[in-house]
Design a protein. Structure first.
Length: 152
C-alpha cells in the first residue's frame, strides 16, 4: 500500500469513528419503556475495532514519514512540519493584513479616525509568497506520498 492510500484510509477511519460516536450519542438514552434504534454495546464494539485499526494505521504512517527522506535532505515528517508552519504563517499574515485595512466610516468629524500602522500591501505580498511556497511544498509532499510504500 502506498502512503497516499494509507492517508486516504486514515481520513475515512476518522470519519467512521466520528459517525460511530454520533450514533452512540443518539442511542445513549431512550424514553423509559422504549428500546434504542441501535444497540449501544454493538456500536461500542465497532468503535473499539475501528479505533484499534486507526491507531495501527497512524503508527505506520508516522513510522513511514519519519524514515522517508524527502527532497534528499530532510525526512517527510520534517517537510510536513514545515508545511504546517507555512499554513500558520499564511493565516497570520492574511489576518493581519485584513485587520489593518482602514475603512473610514465616520459620520461626523468628532468620531475617531483610524490609520494603519503596518504596510498592508507588503503583508499581503508576504502572505501570497508564503501561499506559493505552501502550494509548491504540498505538491512535492503529495508526489512523495504516491511514490512511498507504507512501512510496517
Amino acid at each position: 500500500m502506498k502512503l497516499a492510500e494509507a492517508l486516504i484510509l486514515r481520513a475515512d477511519s476518522n470519519r467512521r469513528v466520528e459517525q460511530l460516536k454520533q450514533r452512540l450519542l443518539r442511542n445513549a438514552k431512550v424514553q423509559e419503556g422504549n428500546q434504542p434504534a441501535e444497540d449501544p454495546q454493538e456500536l461500542i464494539v465497532e468503535l473499539e475495532r475501528v479505533a484499534g485499526e486507526l491507531e495501527k494505521l497512524i503508527q505506520r504512517i508516522n513510522r513511514t514519514n519519519s524514515n522517508t527522506l524527502f527532497d534528499g535532505a530532510v525526512t517527510l515528517s520534517d517537510a510536513l512540519a514545515t508545511r504546517d508552519v507555512l499554513k500558520l504563517k499564511i493565516s497570520a499574515y492574511q489576518s493581519l493584513a485584513h485587520a489593518a485595512v482602514v475603512v473610514q466610516d465616520r459620520y461626523s468629524k468628532s468620531e475617531v479616525k483610524f490609520t494603519s500602522v503596518v504596510d498592508v500591501a507588503s503583508l499581503q505580498r508576504r502572505a501570497d509568497n508564503l501561499a506559493r511556497e505552501y502550494r509548491e511544498l504540498d505538491t512535492k509532499i503529495q508526489e512523495a506520498n504516491w511514490r512511498t510504500d507504507l512501512q510496517e
